[in-house]
Write a protein that binds this ligand. Structure first.
Ligand code: ZN
Length: 347
């Protein structure tokens, strides 16, 4: 990997050094309606308008209104992207896979209108959502073919909009056999396309070793892989250290989740606890493997509905890192150097 290699955005290839501050795991357009049932929600046939009261209820109970999972509006997302850019943001990764309604044209428009570099993901999510797209039993080859075609020819129906990352590839707790076949296909596609690989782990599972062993079997270097949603492992410092010793990148990407996650009663650690853990791991020498993001992907996360938007990281958390002793060089490592290294195409 060259020191200033190439990163692929929805508007074309750029030098990695041109990315600037980057959020490594977000969503700009996504429809998770199909996950509501998997998260245990029964659809309300007459939910009413998604107003302030509905948004407030969804902060406690994310699936209480079906529109919360329909993260498909242009204007409130653009407004929050502009806010992030005005605070110094340079780039943002949309980690939405095919089966959560990835929308390349929407991403290209948001990139043009916001002035941000946008990196698009590719691949498949959990079995609950990829079942409708992949042949049962042959998920590995179908995933490999879909990613390689997306990479080679550009997204179907577009004028050549190409992904810059594989992921987020979905795994449940425990990962299903079909999901591990998707992981294997995605890892093989990463080897052959040079696209970096980002993998969703169930936030309340402990499946990193199982998933990484499948990746390793393909020959893909673990150092090119990013494991998502590690925020929920904050407080389990020894587990985090053991993972980091494998060389893998960890994404602490649930900052700003002040609400229940994946069903009532499951709460991520506070932002302050997350920042303290990252400051400690960086001080121990693991700084080059750690990234921070917010995983904005439901409406309540947007400022229009009472959330903090994509700007939360720069407005609130970067100063918080400072109070935990992280230097400006350390902040640059987390938000500029590490995303640039991870997103650099391997070939
Ligand atoms: Zn995820």
């Amino acid at each position: 990997m060259s020191p200033d290699g190439v990163v692929r955005t929805v508007l074309g290839d750029i030098r990695a050094s041109a990315l600037g501050t980057t959020l490594i795991h977000e969503h700009l357009y996504m429809d998770c309606s199909d996950l509501a049932a998997a998260h245990g929600y029964v659809p309300d046939p007459d939910p009413g308008a998604f107003d302030v009261a509905a948004a407030a209820e969804c902060r406690w109970n994310p699936g209480a209104h079906p529109d919360n999972y329909r993260f498909t509006e242009h204007d409130p997302v653009l407004a929050d992207l502009m806010d992030y850019r005005d605070l110094g943001g340079g780039a943002i990764v949309d980690a939405t896979p095919f089966d959560l309604a990835r929308n390349p044209e929407a991403l290209a428009r948001l990139s043009r209108e916001s002035g941000l570099h946008v990196i698009m993901g590719t691949g498949y999510y959990l079995e609950a959502t990829h079942r409708a797209f992949l042949p049962s039993g042959d998920e590995e080859h179908a995933t490999y073919d879909a990613i390689v075609s997306d990479h080679r020819d550009g997204a179907t129906g577009t004028a050549g909009i190409r992904p810059g990352m594989i992921g987020e590839i979905g795994t449940s707790d425990p990962p299903t056999a079909a999901e591990l076949r998707v992981v294997r296909g995605a890892a093989r596609a990463s080897l052959d396309t040079g696209l970096p690989l980002s993998i969703h782990l169930h936030p309340w599972g402990d499946n990193a070793d199982r998933v990484l062993s499948v990746v390793a079997e393909t020959g893909l270097p673990i150092e090119t892989v990013l494991l998502n949603h590690m925020t929920t492992a904050v407080g389990e410092d020894e587990r985090l250290r053991l993972l980091l010793q494998t060389g893998v990148h960890l994404s602490f990407d649930l900052f700003g989740f002040d609400h229940s996650l994946l069903s009532p009663g499951r709460w991520p650690p506070s932002d302050d606890q997350g920042v303290a853990t990252i400051a400690a791991l960086q001080a121990e020498g693991f700084g080059s493997q750690i990234m921070m993001s917010q995983d904005v992907g439901v409406r309540t996360r947007l400022r229009q509905y009472g959330g903090w938007g994509y700007g939360h990281m720069l407005r609130h958390l970067v100063p918080l890192l400072g109070t935990h002793g992280v230097s400006s060089a350390g902040i640059r490592q987390l938000f500029v150097d590490n995303p640039a290294a991870f997103l650099t195409l391997h070939r």
